[in-house]
Design a binder for this molecule. Structure first.
Ligand code: URA
Length: 427
């Protein structure tokens, strides 16, 4: 059966529901090249305004999954569980969480992407480790999961390949910020990855992709329902992304901080969030272990070292450092009222830690050290941030962004929670 693409676009534009057969045809025809980019762009804009109902979204996601392969991890000796974060500033949790959960007895297949814009990418962080390789074959992923228990690597081009083209179109047609399009994009790749269970860390706040709690909750519910309907045991946890996570933002800087946490130390918020997410992951696959104890006894760090070595990396190699630094100091004494995660993320990005276009290189050493926390009392002249960049121009670009990122006042501040709502499958 064939459809008229303009009629399908008009139907969605006018708020009608599309049939399952029409959605499947549309995505297959787009994949074959029989629907043009400009037609798909119009359809994406129609979906942006009109949305997709839950049946339509299920079919849309299934068609995206069916555009490629699905990994089969069923033969592994351990249950599989993954985590996906919607992206934050200083969010290095995956680097710690994957080996930690593996140390507790699960297999963690973290097939990841690169960073775009103000949030960093897990692969970019790990690529600051000399020799480390992001591209693995499906066989290598399987073997590493069996032997080490954790893999963080690039999602191969075979998983939901139509998403790559849709995402590129969304990027240039202002249709990224649509809940059904975000949910289907993320979940098609995670379902195709073949994991038994999945925890979604849905960030809320200034440094998050979606700033308000209500949209984040809707995205979380949509993704949990999609995962559940495809047989993946899925839970979402909303978490606070108003302030940067931890003290470091930038690729090598975040690897260093992750190692501190893996060795039982590191900033409290990074450790607490990692342990909270690990506990949910273990619950989902029915494992009863104590993740905090695995950080303290060194077993998570041992798995991290094995995971890095298995992908050609040297966990003992010194990491890159940027040659240019600047310390930003407090202009007055008082209490730190807020540290704007978005502005810190943009500063690190401008300094070279992130990319504006997919093909841009990133600097391993660039980034921002955040030396104080919200609620700290600071004196005039006390260092607040250290900026790192590979040249003076980038350092200046970061400086211009960071100066307005931190507010100092006289009032004590009320502590805000790190974890908000948890969204479970509806039974
Ligand atoms: N990440 C994705 O993979 N897709 C989106 O649409 C947004 C974030």
């Amino acid at each position: 059966m064939s459809y008229s693409t303009p009629l399908l676009i008009a139907a969605k534009r006018d708020g009608q529901e599309l049939s399952d057969a029409a959605i499947t045809w549309l995505l297959e025809a787009y994949d074959r090249g029989d629907v043009a980019d400009e037609q798909m762009s119009a359809m994406l804009m129609a979906i942006f305004f009109r949305g997709l109902g839950s049946r339509e979204l299920g079919t849309w996601t299934k068609a995206m999954i069916n555009s490629g392969e699905r990994l089969n991890l069923r033969g592994l000796s351990r249950p599989t569980v993954d985590k996906h974060s919607t992206g934050g500033v200083g969010d290095k949790i995956s680097l710690i969480l994957a080996p930690l959960v593996a140390a507790c007895g699960a297999a963690v297949p973290q097939l990841s992407g690169r960073g775009l814009g103000h949030t960093g990418g897990t692969l970019d962080k790990l690529e600051s480790i000399p020799g480390w390789r992001a591209a693995l074959t499906n066989d290598e992923v399987y073997q590493q999961l069996e032997n080490v228990g954790a893999v963080i690597c690039a999602a191969g081009s075979g998983l939901a390949p139509v998403d790559r083209r849709l995402y590129a179109l969304r990027d240039v047609t202002a249709t990224v910020e649509s809940i059904p399009l975000i949910a289907s994009s993320i979940m098609s790749k995670k379902i195709a990855e073949g994991t038994d269970a999945l925890v979604l860390d849905v960030k809320v706040g200034r440094g998050a992709f979606l700033k308000d709690r209500e949209s984040s909750l809707r995205l979380a519910r949509t993704m949990v329902d999609l995962g559940t309907s495809h047989g993946v045991h899925t839970v979402a946890q909303l978490t606070n992304m108003d302030e940067p996570l931890g003290r470091s933002v930038g690729n090598a800087l975040e690897v260093e901080e992750s190692v501190e946490v893996l060795r039982g130390g590191g900033p409290r918020d990074v450790r607490d969030l990692t342990v909270a997410l690990a506990s949910i992951m273990l619950e989902l696959v029915g494992l009863d272990d104590n993740p905090a104890a695995r950080l303290d006894d060194g077993s998570a760090y041992d798995v991290y070292r094995a995971m890095i070595s298995a992908q050609g990396g040297d966990p003992d190699a010194p990491l890159a450092r940027s040659a240019h630094r600047e310390t930003i100091v407090a202009p007055r004494a008082g209490v730190v009222q807020s540290i704007d995660a978005y502005r810190v993320g943009v500063a690190a990005w401008r300094q070279g830690a992130g990319r504006a276009r997919k093909e841009d290189p990133v600097s391993a050493g660039a980034g921002v050290e955040v030396l104080v926390r919200r609620g700290d009392h600071v004196e005039t002249g006390q260092p607040l941030f250290v900026l790192h960049a590979d040249d003076e121009a980038r350092l200046r670009a970061g400086h211009d962004e960071i100066v307005g990122a931190l507010m100092i006042g006289d009032e004590p501040v009320v502590e805000t929670p790190l974890l908000f709502e948890r969204v479970d499958a509806t039974s």
